[in-house]
Design a binder for this molecule. Structure first.
Ligand code: ATP
Length: 463
């Protein structure tokens, strides 16, 4: 099983690179660890996910506001939120090579559970008592807390007031704008603020392709509620997250809700459910759902010396809203989706791989091909079909490279659900297929003839 899983990851990583989905950032110069660039098809896929997310969670609702807050944040808000003091992982260094490791991951690997509940000293002691060595066989130093935020300096002065951080989560941008949103939009509780954007974490050991990144993208909602209603809305958002996962085509058999108990929960959370996914490298977090109480607004209120409350216009009740937070990593969504849709089979005794995306997620919806490149009337007709389909469906592609079999394989590999081919029959008067094109389906490799006149309607129904 292990070998098969390793192979699956290798296949997905190489497909992502060779077919223009995801490239290692800075590869030309040796690569940057934990940072990836999205190529032409990866960008289309990412946009499909973002657009579907905004449609479901913002456009199709009446109680959600969008936000695009700055990536750089000052020291004060992140001190208030607890990130300056506490957003850290336990780091331990190989004394000989100087390589760093996550102490909790090492303990986990040695079969010791609940390392999250341990203090730094307890971890140090255990690593030394159990004689845990580095992968190179060397001794470790003591465990220390390593803050994961990436720090920078704004302007030319180097005093602490110019210290800024690349935000470690998009959530804080929402909390610090709570008052602006209340004052400008006058929303009624319950309401939510949704944001998609980059976040940065100086992960000690980035790994598993786009699973643990240093530059990542999050899709987060802070849903502001009356404190009495938290249970109801927690369950509601759990369902919404499941609906979302199913809608985009994640393998629901691989998705598991895990209740996070006691000390394992983040400091701000009174209840957390993680949505874990069975990746080839193990079952790990995909999404998180947290009841953040009034923790963040209270802290920002205290540190900024500003009232951050809500006044119920009907009852006159004044209170600090509580928050339910559905938090979804965009890169992990892409990884889980690629794993969910990656398929292999045999057609006419030849092996093929294909990405069985829902058409709404496919980077290209349709590929249009002239059967041959050297017959002008066929190419012209294909161009005409391509033109009107592109005007209607946008992300469709032209493919006249190699023979038709190769084109099908290539489109299968990138998950294009339909291939349209204009052939001799299309243009031969008197032929029973005159005026039709062949439409080939990715998953079954079956084909049918569709009249050019009806083609637009045909795809409007399918896409
Ligand atoms: P983990 O325990 O895996 O480090 P986390 O509990 O720190 O994750 P959160 O702080 O809850 O993660 O972040 C919200 C979401 O952001 C996660 O559910 C995940 O989808 C995504 N995410 C967090 N850290 C990373 C990362 N380093 N790379 C890619 N995505 C990430």
């Amino acid at each position: 099983m292990k070998e098969q899983d390793d192979k699956l990851m290798e296949k997905i990583i190489s497909l992502a690179k060779n077919r223009g989905f995801i490239f290692q950032a800075g590869e030309l110069y040796g690569g940057l660890s934990g940072i990836y660039d999205y190529g032409p098809l990866g960008t289309l896929l990412k946009n499909n996910i973002k657009n579907a997310w905004i449609k479901k969670f913002v456009e199709d609702r009446r109680d959600m506001y969008l936000l695009d807050s700055a990536i750089l944040m000052g020291e004060k808000p992140l001190t208030a939120s607890g990130h300056v003091g506490g957003f850290s992982d336990p780091l331990v260094r190989d004394e000989k090579t100087g390589k760093d490791y996550r102490a909790d991951h090492l303990l986990e690997g040695a079969g010791i559970e609940n390392s999250e509940d341990m203090t730094i000293d307890e971890m140090s002691e255990l690593i030394h008592d159990k004689k845990i060595l580095s992968p190179e066989g060397n001794k470790f130093g003591s465990v220390r807390e390593f803050n994961l935020m990436l720090r920078t300096q704004l302007g030319s002065s180097s005093d602490s007031s110019s210290t800024a951080y690349l935000r470690p989560e998009t959530a804080q941008g929402i909390f610090v704008n709570y008052k602006n949103i209340i004052d400008s939009m006058h929303p009624k509780i319950p309401f939510g603020v949704a944001q998609i954007g980059k976040a940065y974490r100086n992960e000690i050991t980035p790994r598993n392709f786009i699973f643990r990144l240093r530059e990542l993208e999050q899709m987060e909602i802070e849903y502001f509620i009356h404190p009495d209603d938290w249970k109801k809305y927690f369950d509601y958002w759990k369902e919404e997250m499941n609906e979302w996962a199913e809608m985009i085509g994640l393998d629901m058999n691989k998705l598991h809700e895990v209740e996070i108990e006691g000390e394992d929960k983040a400091h701000y959370s009174d209840r957390t459910v993680d949505f874990e996914f069975e990746y080839p490298f193990g079952q790990k977090e995909l999404y998180g759902l947290a009841y953040r109480t009034d923790y963040d607004l209270k802290k920002h209120s205290e540190f900024s010396k500003t009232k951050l409350q809500y006044t119920d216009s009907k009852t006159g009740e004044k209170y600090i809203p509580h928050v339910i937070e559905p938090s979804m990593g965009l890169d992990r969504t892409i990884l889980a989706l690629l794993i969910s849709v990656y398929s292999e089979d045999e057609i006419n005794e030849s092996k093929r791989s294909y990405l069985a995306f829902n058409p709404s997620m496919s980077p290209y919806k349709i590929a249009v091909s002239p059967l041959v490149k050297n017959k002008e009337h066929i190419v012209n007709k294909a161009n005409e079909v391509f033109g009107f389909l592109k005007a209607e469906f946008g992300n469709i592609t032209w493919d006249d490279n190699g023979n038709i079999g190769k084109r099908y394989r290539r489109q299968d590999e990138i998950g294009t659900p339909f291939c349209v081919v204009i052939d001799y029959d299309t243009l031969e008067e008197g032929n029973e297929n005159f005026g039709t094109v062949s439409v080939r389906f990715r998953d079954t490799a079956e084909q049918e003839r569709v009249s050019i006149k009806e083609l637009k309607e045909y795809f409007l129904e399918k896409l």
